[in-house]
Design a binder for this molecule. Structure first.
Ligand SMILES: [Mg+2]
Length: 228
């Protein structure tokens, strides 16, 4: 095996985050009394993206994002709603909705007996733990590190150090970070000094990346891990 320790991102890499967001956001809006959403989702996506960028830059914690995104949404649309209630509804919904991406379960089934697997996710602890429990993902991973629980996020090397400590300091030369985000997964792996595999199903060929590998399908990963 070329790689014996594999660090996996969760959202958009193994987990169908978009389906989860669709269901959770629709439920949250309905409970807040918005019967006919009109532009709310696009606005929310923009707000969310901007706030998570600030988490990557260390300006905000994941837990702060939970409520701030709904405060901004309420302000923008003049909603008569409570940001804390919406944030809670949304977090509950995210934990309850969404499945593994096609091929992700098969990939984990195949790789878990061959290598040491760890999950390294930027997100809110309650959301991540609800998904992990519901989808029975614990069985695959020797370490699970969620940024919202440890107070530091990818791409910061400190969160990679935390997962490395939990794994008993594996060899960096045989460790691979697998994820969809250039700014958190790939940049973080590169900064920590490990090889990286960018899962980019929709990116155009030749999209710029310093990642060691680029795949468009999860099914390409076992060959990379094996080094064939
Ligand atoms: Mg991701």
């Amino acid at each position: 095996m070329r790689y014996t320790t594999l660090l996996f991102d969760l959202d958009h890499t193994l987990f169908d985050f978009d389906a989860s967001v669709d269901a959770a956001f629709a439920t949250t809006l309905a409970r807040a009394g918005v019967a006919e959403p009109n532009g709310h989702r696009d606005a929310f996506d923009g707000i969310n993206l901007a706030l998570w960028k600030r988490v990557e830059q260390g300006e905000l914690t994941p837990n702060q994002v939970g409520t701030m995104r709904f405060k901004e949404l309420i302000n923008r649309f003049g909603l008569d709603a409570d940001a804390d209630v919406m944030a809670n509804d949304y977090i509950t919904g995210l934990g309850h909705h969404g499945e593994l991406l096609p091929g992700a379960g098969e990939l984990l089934d195949q790789l878990a007996p061959q290598a040491t697997l760890a999950l390294l996710s930027n997100g809110i602890g309650a959301v991540a733990r609800a998904k992990i429990g519901r989808l029975d993902l614990d069985r695959y991973f020797d370490a699970i590190v969620i940024s919202g629980e440890v107070g530091v996020a990818k791409p910061h090397p400190e969160i990679f150090d935390i997962v490395f400590d939990q794994l008993g300091r594996p060899d960096k030369a045989t460790t691979l970070m697998i994820g969809d985000s250039l700014t958190s997964d790939m940049a973080g792996g590169i900064a920590f000094g490990i090889d990286t595999c960018w899962y980019a199903p929709a990116a155009p060929d030749g999209a710029p990346s310093d990642a060691t590998y680029r795949v468009t399908s999860l099914s390409e990963i076992p060959a990379i891990v094996a080094g064939v």
